[in-house]
Unconditional design. Sequence first.
Length: 228
Amino acid sequence: MSNWHDELGVFDLETTGIDVESARVVSAHVGLLDHTGQVARRRDWLVDPGVEIPAGATAVHGITTEHARASGMPAARAVAEIVAALRELFNRGVPVVAYNAPYDFTLLDREAHRHGITPLVSPGPIIDPLVIDKAVDKYRRGKRTLEVTALHYGVDLTDAHDAGADAIAAGRVAQALARVHTEALALEAAELHRLQIAWCQEQADDFQAYMRRERDPAFTTSGTWPVR
């Protein structure tokens, strides 16, 4: 029987902002890793989002409005192709890795609706190394950004905030998690997907309780996973 981490789809977006309801896709990567973490297939998109790219977003991913307009694909076409690439992986039963999956999958869902494209419906199985790492190594101190987590698991990430570099690194972190936490993660991909739904809700509940206790009694956050 094959393991969930023997063949992994990888997915990442770079965007115009952090609000999934209003942000637009600026670049994207959908790829496929083999059992060694080598790239077996990849597709990259540069997208003209149809809106100005804020300077703060450009400072993160390096893509300017001018570059996106001059060289990017129209947003509707790009979003349709990204959705189709992911749908093909899910239809084949290939798990897709996305670090902090609710951001990328929710934003893609909103973009699909914005452009009249049939969105992914209940996408899965999805592997979210952020959620899994917090569940299997709950008490490790420090940040859990992709850069920090990749370093912790010995995964190279040399071009952070490039969609392709981030997606591939996230896939390799998922495979490293499977090697390090073999017993805890010896699961079918569908079962791991279901567990992450519960884990993400528990993690959000814990964070909300902390924030209400320490900073803001009215603080709320969502634990819905993988699409909000």
